[in-house]
Design a protein around this ligand. Sequence first.
Ligand SMILES: Nc1ncnc2c1ncn2[C@@H]1O[C@H](COP(=O)(O)OP(=O)(O)OP(=O)(O)O)[C@@H](O)[C@H]1O
Length: 182
Amino acid sequence: MASNRPTGRPRGPNILVTGTPGCGKTSTSSMLANATGLRHINVGEFVRTNELHDGWDDEYSCYIVNEDKLCDELEDTMCEGGNIVDYHICEFFPERWFDGVVVLQTDNSVLYERLTARGYSGRKLSENMECEIMQVVLESARESYKPEIVMAMQSNTVEDMDRNVETLKGWIDVYARTRSVQ
Ligand SMILES: Nc1ncnc2c1ncn2[C@@H]1O[C@H](COP(=O)(O)OP(=O)(O)OP(=O)(O)O)[C@@H](O)[C@H]1O
C-alpha cells in the first residue's frame, strides 16, 4: 500500500554538527554515528585525504579548504542522506543538504582549557575564543539555514555530550518514523 508520508532521503537525514574548534564536534559526531549507524564525515580529515585544498596556511597551521572541490566531492553522498557532517564552518555548504544543524557551545573557561591543552596560543587562541564569545557560528548557522532546523546545544561536560547524543538519536528516530526512509 502506498504511504502518505513525505519521502525522506534514502539513507536517513543529513545532520551538520558545527561550532568553534574544541567544542566537541568530532567526539559528539563519532558517538552519534556509533549509536545510529549514520556515516560520520569529519570534513578536516576528508579534505586532507582527498586533497581538496589549496595548500597550507602557515599562520593558522591548517589547510586552505577549496570549498568548491569539497562540495563537488560530497554532493552524491549528501544526496543519499544518512550523514553526520562535522565542521567548524557552516555557511558555504548548500542549504538543501541538511535536515538538522547542530551548533555545539562551550563555556569560555572550559573552551580555553581545551584549546590550550592542544597547544593553541597567540592569535589562533584569541580568535577562536572571540568566535565562541561572540557566538559567531550560531549566528552564521541561523543566517544560512532555516532557524527551525538549527539546534544550539551546550557541550561542557561528558554528561552534556551523552544527553546531546540521546536527544539527536531521538530526533533521527522521529525523522525515520515520519518519512518513508528505505
Ligand atoms: N562535552 C564534552 N565534555 C568533555 N570533554 C569534551 C567535550 N567535548 C569535547 N571534549 C574534549 O575536548 C577536546 C576537543 O574535542 P573535539 O575534538 O571533539 O572537538 P572539535 O569541536 O571536533 O574540535 P575541532 O574543530 O578542532 O576538530 C577532546 O579532548 C574532547 O575529548
